[in-house]
Design a protein around this ligand. Sequence first.
Ligand SMILES: [Zn+2]
Length: 312
Amino acid sequence: MIRIYATIFAAIAGLAFGSFLNVCLTRWPLGESILKPRSHCRACGRTLAWWENIPVVSWIALRGRCRTCGAWIGWRYPLVELAVGLMWPIAVWKSNPTLWLFPSERVAFGIWIIGKLVFLWMAIALAVLDSEQLWLPDRITIPGAAVGFIFNFLYVAAHSPTVLAYYGALAVRSRLLWRFAWHRIAGILLAALLILLIRWTYKLIRKREGIGLGDAKLMAMLAAWLGLPGALLSFFIGVTLGALTALALLALPKPRTKKAGLPEEHPSESPAGAQSWALRKLPLGTFLCIGGIVSALWGQSILAAYLHWAGF
Ligand SMILES: [Zn+2]
């Protein structure tokens, strides 16, 4: 029962935090404050009524347009709200919230689940920023890596007493923590190094930039949260998705902008459409983030299924 209540609560909170994320995603690239002016229409500047700010519902009721000026609000708003509003309850449902009933597990469980929610929120934020702006801000990836390391370290520290109460030795516990710390830091460095090696190889062969440094910092962040196996799984999923998307875009017919008969050299101003995607660089960071989300939620089962299949 507690599992159902916790999941419903996570869904509602997820929609609200998704709505807040939309504000951040619109204002961060413009360097605006995310707190100061209340939510307003980006076209006519009218401050929105409370009922125009309800996640997903308002967008559907208004059919995606501003009530006064009719400006198109965009697909991103309901999609981001739905993304957080789905990923959060899935994470809570899978985390076995009944652990909360055991006082000895409470602290470790709290750290575990809050960490998962923070990670999912940041991964969705970076996925959208890279797809819309080709931008993976250092202000998110670097603190994100540090926070990921701290959350996991605290989880191991809070979790180990129950496991090690059996052994009772403090020395064992500190050795376990020390081992975790240096393993995780090595994983973070190796994950970033993987991207740097690809970057250098690409530069050497093609004589131009292929993968940005932002992707290396993103991989470091994924390794901080998910460990090296989780980061490698994210990388594998991300690269596969990216390759499939590139193939799909190549297979698409030429953009419709040509039909006027004019030689159209500039991509249309409307962002994030499939057409402008085809003309721009593919956002690897977006695919890595999607890989990271899949890996955070289903990584254990995927790796277990693979090992079973491979006969280990
Ligand atoms: Zn308006």
